[in-house]
Design a protein around this ligand. Structure first.
Ligand code: F6R
Length: 241
């Protein structure tokens, strides 16, 4: 595990974008596992900037996103499909048919989970997985649990996750109760994993995940086992180390 300490959110975003950019330059057909939320927005902005300057080409890249709320369609402003288009895909030359995200409108849980697992298998796995970190140590929407969930599955969101995400909705009751998420096994199978974390509210989760025992009660702790895991975090997020 590598830790890249940065001054602040902007610095963190540039460092993470540098790693993703190197990945895309070295392997233009990369499969990128992508995340939503506040943490990666600056990284996407930096990648868009370099794309606009002519330094990056996403035409052969495939994206496979971590998660989606159950019950929100692609055009819902709080859906993760909408987020990805708005914050990244609409601004670079990635092909729409090469972007993948669980279908939150498919209520057939078994069918949707096996479809998404098949998508990841057919792509031959993920070259680089970008992650954020939940305040409770979740990755994707793999919430603290008694076991590590393997493949794509439907989760019931914890109250702390709903509260953390309510800032995107009018109130906590509007946050969906369920989400589809890639499993822990899908995530740690990625050849390279990069996590971005910023701010004091992530400090305890970083300490628990990377300096404590490996346990499904802190899902991100499994990344301690990964052979190519890089945490890019700012001073505030690393303040408890
Ligand atoms: C989002 C995701 C989540 C977030 C995490 C942190 O696709 O999978 O695990 O990365 O909840 O969210 P932010 O970055 O908003 O603090």
């Amino acid at each position: 595990m590598r830790i890249i300490r940065t001054r602040d959110y902007e610095h963190m975003s540039r460092q993470a974008a540098n790693i993703i950019s190197a990945q895309v330059i070295l392997k233009p057909t990369s499969v990128l596992g992508l995340a939503t939320g506040s943490s990666p927005i600056g990284t996407y902005q930096q990648l868009i900037d370099w794309y606009k300057k002519g330094d990056l080409d996403f035409s052969k890249v495939t994206a496979v996103n971590l998660d989606e709320y159950v019950g929100l369609g692609r055009s819902h402003p709080q859906s993760y499909a909408y987020f990805m288009n708005y914050n990244f895909f609409d601004h670079v030359n990635i092909q729409a048919y090469r972007t993948n995200i669980p279908n939150g409108m498919n209520y057939d849980v078994e069918a949707e989970c096996s479809r998404y697992d098949q998508v990841i298998r057919d792509l031959g796995g993920i070259d680089l997985q970008l992650l954020g970190l939940g305040v409770n140590g979740h990755i994707g929407f793999n919430e603290p649990d008694e076991v590590f969930a393997k493949g794509t599955h439907r989760v019931t969101l914890s109250q702390s996750t709903k509260e953390a995400n309510q800032r995107f909705f009018n109130n906590v009751d509007e946050v969906p109760d369920h989400a589809y998420t890639m499993g822990i096994f899908d995530i740690i199978q990625a050849k390279r994993v990069v996590m971005v974390a910023s701010g004091e509210n992530k400090a305890q989760a970083i300490k628990d995940a990377f300096f404590g025992p490996i346990t499904p009660k802190v899902p991100a702790s499994i990344l301690q086992f990964h052979r190519d895991f890089t945490l890019v975090a700012d001073d505030a997020a690393l303040s408890l180390l």
